[in-house]
Design a protein around this ligand. Sequence first.
Ligand code: GTP
Ligand code: MG
Length: 200
Amino acid sequence: MAKESIKKAVFLKSSSKITQCPAENKPEVAFIGRSNVGKSSLINMLCERKSLAKTSSRPGKTQLINHFEINEHWYLVDLPGYGWAKVSKEKKAAWGEMIEAYLLERNNLVSLFILIDSRLEPQAIDVDFINWAGQQGIPLALVFTKTDKQSKNKSDSKVAKMRKTLKTTWEELPPIFTTSAVTGSGKEALMDYLIEITSL
Ligand code: GTP
Ligand code: MG
């Protein structure tokens, strides 16, 4: 059993820019990753709520910075996905600016969770983003999603490949979690870590 869990989760607001976000008076963690990787689903799994965060099989569902208040003590943020193909150049640039400003300027951000599809070989778009965030000094963790879709061996091998790829640029790898929003696998380890970093 996890030491603690999410007892209360409240949707606060959606913001299109950092100035609209809630006051920086509570520790905050954010979920990012390719569109459709399962960010919103993972938030629902952790909060044990079916549709707290809006999910969709169509990529690009989450387009704003969405704040949830957890246990009246910390914020969980659902960010839009990157790598959404069916979007104009203008929209991509605007999205990039919104996310970059959020990631670089949000003072209460204690950790950025970068979600990765456990079925895929390391993707340049993920590796580049991980390296960029690392270079900016943003504290981060990796979460491999959708492990229910294949055997544990296959997920493990994708994680190992990502480790190997990152080792070429990283001295010490960030914490790595493996999860399934469908079976709840990996929930306890991730939950314990979230509770720990938001109560420091
Ligand atoms: P955007 O908001 O568009 O960036 O996507 P997202 O990363 O928030 O993904 P979302 O949670 O909306 O999930 C995308 C699709 O993947 C949905 O059809 C989910 O049901 C499915 N999905 C998400 N997580 C899992 C998982 O762990 N296992 C399985 N089998 N499907 C999942
Ligand atoms: Mg989403």
